[in-house]
Write a protein that binds this ligand. Sequence first.
Ligand SMILES: [Zn+2]
Ligand SMILES: [Zn+2]
Ligand SMILES: [Zn+2]
Length: 141
Amino acid sequence: MYNLKHVLVLLSMMFFISTPPSGRNGELKNYQCTKCGTLMQSTSRPSTLGCRSGGSHQWNELGPIGNENYQCTKCKLHVESHQRPSTLGCTSGGSHQWNDLGRIGTDTYQCQKCGLTICSAERPSTLGCNSGSHQWNKLNR
Ligand SMILES: [Zn+2]
Ligand SMILES: [Zn+2]
Ligand SMILES: [Zn+2]
């Protein structure tokens, strides 16, 4: 006869081994704290501990990451997103106004006016710079 305690230990070990770590196959999403503006890529809502603005982070889910460069013309946040990100929680107040800068690629471009650096497949859109339009310089040759 097996001792009941041993059977329970064995069962819990089997359960532990057959359960994959949570979020292993989860999809990476963009999260931004609406208080301090930190952007994170995570499969689940990040820890709320340690917001630079004091207290706890308030994470806003912007949507799955993907192959398109988006920038908010108000708060200047740049995200790599699968689709137009959520408009909730712009750190400049109200809602984000997303501008599609184009598809992500192997060329690195930097705007000589605002300093934004992105990886793009072609010369990115000039819309949405701090003052007028982005002036893109290709950094790799
Ligand atoms: Zn925060
Ligand atoms: Zn914004
Ligand atoms: Zn710019």
